[in-house]
Write a protein that binds this ligand. Structure first.
Ligand code: ATP
Ligand code: MG
Length: 576
């Protein structure tokens, strides 16, 4: 491809809207353009990368016997009503009506559609197991689209679904998928970790996420230095501490804490460390029949964080967890949120293991502007339940008893789920077993964020000059930069010849034949991240050389101008 015939679309300046490297570089290198919040066009260079990633994903899916299909993006609302998710999915689900007022949704995922296909097409258990996949645009009306295509509203997902007669068969396919995902992310050049994960709104009973390690990631993963334990922090269990609770001292008393809204402010006012102050959060319980919410108090040590996923799984607590509004709290306790505590709290009290070990602590007095000090469990709060409510922290013991936990940030690039019979039961997708009895299909589902994975690759592979593509997904393998192409006959002849030869031998080349300063051309090719850079100029041609540079290492070499194509091709195959 000659740049003179190409849509290069590189930008010199850093776009102000981009907060992380991949977003900035995808805009600057001319890969993507935003058309509306969280909605992007893929320009030619970006589309080339996307096609390569898709090809790798497709190859690995075909390799484990998954069959490619294409389901519609516009899905009838009835299917979602059948599964029960039409009301549960929330505002991320984009709902629309056609001219006849029929209701539809834009597919954020395809469990409903694929279960409908399965119940129509699978006639006999002899057809099982069956696995299908597609690579397709999804739409989720994300509350905060950000970081470019890392969290966009429209994005490309590879989604696969498998159907089985029993759990054992599902486990086999789950493992095949897990292995295929590991191969895919390795081929994309990602440093990643598979971690135990929460099933979330999708349902089911077992799941792993594939997390690309990067500081720009929105997820936190906990891993053990003494075993292969790794989990999303949402799932990581905090072991109950082994220490003893201090004996209660003097009776509790009231202290004024005017204007203190947080644990830290109260701790400062009371002149004690925040770990001696109880963090009391009030959430909604499950709605009652008359649509009211009982309020539940969650108590943690002041310096620790609530884990909302753990809280949501506690029977009786709203899931996903909803915090009580200020109005509800005042109505229920008589105090504003900064002054809450378990003493005389008129509802259920749930206490984290670690907070249950506190003695003679401070907590809100359920009276605005006041705290109690010297509070003790049992003596002052007779009724409460103790469980795991907090996020694990760096240095906590690993839940498997081996080693210590450490935290890292990750970008979720894929997730595999064992769904069980959640969708097949609600949508009556059954198959007859050998005894002639109808059994609901056992299902798995498996997603890869194809576009997000590209952002993750860039987060892990860039420098101050631009992107550094791994060979397998580079938009072009070689860049030819021809200096004074328009005025030097020697340069023109050598460059044209090299370009033709590489093209004929199947190498993807971006040939910069613009009438630009060498610095501009070089900066663009480095920004785009082409792995092998070749510069042709009069000066080195006089000695029979052209210049070669490996983008990743920056190492430069002189190549023999006459044998350049051979030498470059040798470098490409050794770099694979
Ligand atoms: P997240 O927790 O990041 O919102 P998710 O767990 O809801 O993602 P899944 O339903 O597991 O997403 O979808 C499969 C994959 O699709 C994810 O692993 C992720 O890589 C990708 N993905 C999900 N949401 C987005 C988005 N808004 N933009 C880009 N990719 C996304
Ligand atoms: Mg997920």
């Amino acid at each position: 491809m000659r740049t003179s015939k190409y849509l290069l679309s590189t930008l010199k300046e850093n776009p102000v809207e981009a907060a992380i490297a991949s977003h900035r570089l995808m805009l600057r290198a001319g890969l993507i353009r935003q058309i509306a919040s969280g909605i992007y066009t893929w320009l030619p260079t970006g589309k080339r990368v996307l096609a390569k990633v898709e090809a790798i994903v497709r190859e690995e899916m075909d390799g484990i016997g998954s069959l490619e299909i294409a389901m519609p993006m516009v899905q009838p609302a009835e299917l979602w009503q059948e599964s029960g998710r039409y009301s549960k999915y929330g505002p991320e689900l984009c709902r629309l009506k056609d001219r006849k007022k029929n209701e539809f949704v834009l597919g954020p995922t395809h469990e409903e559609v694929v279960t409908d296909i399965a119940r129509r097409e699978i006639k006999s258990s002899r057809q099982l197991p069956l696995c299908v996949y597609q690579i397709q645009n999804k739409f989720r009306d994300e509350i905060r689209p950000r970081f470019g295509i890392m969290r966009s509203r429209e994005f490309v997902m590879k989604d696969a679904y498998s159907f089985h007669l029993d759990q054992q068969s599902l486990e086999q396919t789950y493992q095949d998928m897990y292995d295929a995902y590991s191969r895919i992310f390795t081929r994309l050049g990602l440093v990643f970790r598979p971690v135990a994960a929460d099933n979330g709104a999708i349902g089911g009973n077992k799941s792993h996420e594939f997390q690309a390690l990067a500081d720009a990631g929105e997820d936190i993963i906990a891993w053990s230095d003494g075993s292969d334990y790794a989990a999303n922090i949402e799932m990581a269990e905090a072991l109950p501490p082994t220490g003893e609770r201090p004996a209660p001292g003097a009776a509790y008393s009231k202290a004024a804490t005017p204007g203190c809204h947080s644990v830290d402010e109260a701790a400062q006012k009371l002149e004690m460390p925040s770990e001696q102050v109880l963090k009391s959060l009030v959430v909604r319980g499950e709605a009652t029949e008359d649509d009211r919410y009982p309020l539940i108090m969650l108590c943690l040590r002041g310096n620790q964080e609530l884990n909302e996923v753990k809280a949501g799984k506690i029977p009786g607590v709203s899931n996903p967890v909803e915090f009580a509004t200020e109005e509800e709290i005042i109505d229920f306790t008589g105090a504003t949120p900064g002054s809450l505590g378990p003493v005389n709290f008129p509802g259920r009290i749930l206490v984290d293991h670690n907070a249950a070990l506190m003695g003679n602590f401070a907590c809100g007095a359920n009276e605005t502007g006041y705290h109690f000090i010297n509070v003790n469990w049992d003596r002052d709060v007779p009724k409460y339940e103790v469980l795991d409510l907090r996020n694990v922290e760096d240095g906590d013991p690993s839940p498997d008893g081996k080693g210590t936990l450490h935290l890292r940030k990750g970008i979720e690039v894929g997730q595999v789920f064992m769904l069980g019979t959640k969708y097949s039961e609600s949508m009556q997708a059954v198959v007859m077993d050998e005894k002639g009895q109808d059994r609901p299909l056992v299902m798995g589902c498996y997603g890869i964020g194809v576009t997000r994975a590209i952002a993750a690759v860039i987060e892990q592979n860039h420098d101050e000059r631009g992107i550094i593509w791994p060979e397998a997904i580079a938009p072009f393998k070689v860049a030819i930069i021809a200096i004074k192409y328009h005025s030097s006959q020697a340069v023109r002849e050598t460059a044209d010849k090299l370009y033709e030869e590489l093209q004929q031998r199947g190498v993807e080349v971006l040939f910069d034949d613009r009438d630009e300063r060498p610095g501009v051309m070089f900066a663009d090719m480095e920004l785009i991240g082409i792995p092998h850079l070749v510069t042709i100029g009069d000066k080195s041609l006089k000695d029979g050389h052209i210049e070669y540079k490996l983008r990743r290492s920056g190492v430069k070499e002189e190549l023999d101008a006459g044998r350049a194509a051979d030498e470059i091709i040798a470098k490409l195959s050794s770099a694979q």
